[in-house]
Design a protein around this ligand. Structure first.
Ligand code: SF4
Ligand code: SF4
Length: 283
């Protein structure tokens, strides 16, 4: 194996950030493995040290999903952008793992998804490793009512992958406050009523089975994932870029207006993209 110049500490951190950003990561964060024990939210067998005992640091990176495409869900375009983002993340996971291994820092890649089907996920009811808590412990965001990781930059419209490494790298500070404003849009617009707001905590109750059923229906039409909770969340500076700060009413009225008139001009671009490339009739 050809070796890279070995770096440590702050120098290594800067090198990893540069490496990830040059390969299209929008955000990068670092968590010490102790954070899983400090928060005590994730079952012990699902923590980095249980999976890869030499792990000292978890590097989490995110790639954004463009808001106007997420707004077309369910659509062929949304599915393609989702899959492409996942592939880019998986490529980066492998490239970074090899880069760190060549420096002598034993590393372990965790791809975006670690299940082969919705049925497999439904049977286990949990993935082998959760990138959302990892991103929270790496200071990239906080978990909202919808159980999505919300970031200041893109709200929940960002996907994550992680690399565990034996290198000791300075951890990032946690987000100073909860980003979720408990607006209730994700809960009220979920097509399966899978999200329920709670008075006593930020994170809502989440009926994973109902959510997975929605995904199965969309897989059958090849128009997965659902992602309506991701689309409607008002958090994220991406809404400034796309001049979409005041979309609440548009989202709330969408179903009613399109039920009356499929050609409603306010939703013309979303309807156009949904109309093509996805089977609407059962086989
Ligand atoms: S992905 Fe869809 S079905 Fe699942 S919780 Fe979000 S809005 Fe509901
Ligand atoms: S849609 Fe509103 S309630 Fe749901 S996660 Fe986003 S900010 Fe929180």
């Amino acid at each position: 194996m050809e070796m890279n110049t070995p770096l440590e500490g702050r120098e290594l951190k800067d090198d990893i950030i540069r490496f990830c950003k040059q390969r299209d990561a929008d955000i990068v964060g670092f968590a010490s493995v102790e954070r899983w024990d400090d928060f005590d939210e994730v079952p012990p067998a699902f923590r980095p040290r249980a999976i890869f005992p030499p792990a000292r640091t978890v590097i989490v990176f995110g790639m954004s999903m463009p808001l106007p495409v997420v707004e077309t869900t369910p659509s062929a375009l949304h599915k393609e952008i989702y899959n492409t983002t996942n592939r880019q993340l998986d490529n980066l996971v492998m490239e970074l793992t090899r880069h760190l291994n060549r420096m002598g820092h034993a590393s372990f890649p965790f791809t975006r998804d670690t299940y082969t089907s919705m049925r497999a996920l439904k049977e286990a009811n949990i993935a082998a490793f959760g990138h959302a808590p990892a991103a929270k412990y790496a200071g990239l965001g906080t978990i909202g009512v919808s159980h999505c990781l919300l970031t200041p930059e893109f709200g929940p419209r960002v996907r994550f992958a992680s690399v565990f490494t034996a290198a000791d790298i300075p951890a990032d500070a946690l987000q100073p406050k909860e980003l979720c404003i408990k607006c209730g849009l994700c809960a009220s617009l979920c097509p399966k009523s899978a999200i329920k707001d709670r008075e006593d905590q930020v994170i809502g109750d989440y009926d994973k089975k109902a959510c997975l059923e929605m995904h199965e229906e969309l897989v059958a039409r090849r128009a997965n994932p659902c992602g309506i909770c991701t689309k409607v969340c008002p958090i994220g500076k991406d809404r400034l870029l796309y001049k979409s700060k005041n979309s609440r009413r548009k989202y709330l009225e969408e179903k009613e207006k399109l039920d009356i008139n499929q050609e409603d001009p306010s939703y013309q671009s979303w309807s156009h993209i949904r109309r093509y490339g996805v089977a609407h009739k059962p086989r």
